[in-house]
Design a protein around this ligand. Sequence first.
Ligand SMILES: Nc1ncnc2c1ncn2[C@@H]1O[C@H](COP(=O)(O)OP(=O)(O)OP(=O)(O)O)[C@@H](O)[C@H]1O
Length: 235
Amino acid sequence: MIAFNSAKLANGGFTLNADLSVLGGTCTAVIGASGAGKSTLLMALAGFVPVARGSIHVAEKRIDDLPPADRPVSILFQDHNLFGHLTVRDNVALGLRPNLSLSTKDRERVDEALAQVDLHDLADRRPAALSGGQQQRVALARTLLRDRPVLLLDEPFAALGPGLRLEMLALVARLTEERALTTLMVTHNPEDAARICPQAIVVTNGHAVPPQPTQTLLADPPEDLARYLGRTTPQ
Ligand SMILES: Nc1ncnc2c1ncn2[C@@H]1O[C@H](COP(=O)(O)OP(=O)(O)OP(=O)(O)O)[C@@H](O)[C@H]1O
């Protein structure tokens, strides 16, 4: 479980207030207009945006005073930063050992992560010989190897076609359940949010609003969310 306690997040000159908690073991969407502060919320959890007031707890433990590397968090971005000269297996192994010096046990864990994202048959290929969706799965396997209980996804599948996007969403939903992860997913696509996230946080007017049921929110959105979703009728 994640809790932002009367937190004021200071991203340069931009401030976001968050006083909310997120259920563990499930996927929660983060939605709102461009520039509203969705990435700011995720980056504060990961330790790249400072908390000027209040605190952040994960599973009852205060984390906002920890350096990024010590936080129970891993992040997947849209730009997955794979290394072109390394095989799929080595790109994944980097999540575990940055110097690629692997023990037998490490190798087993890498193979396990590859199997979880159905990439074991492609482990010896280089990223250029993979589709966009397969590349994103390599990045996801590397993220999973970090074995952190909180998974942050910042518009990870925006560049993928509809079929691959649905495939990746299903994979995230499955891994969230299997590993009892607390997943926060920033998305501009309400259908993606509704598909795998029972609850959604709306970021608007300098505030992250506590999670509400996604279906209800999208069926009857407040005015500014309706405007963002393009559902307002012109006057
Ligand atoms: N380093 C920074 N210094 C000052 N302002 C920043 C910095 N980074 C982001 N901002 C501002 O903070 C606000 C929130 O940015 P953020 O990236 O969190 O929004 P977002 O909701 O994720 O947007 P998008 O959907 O476009 O990715 C924006 O107005 C942005 O211009």
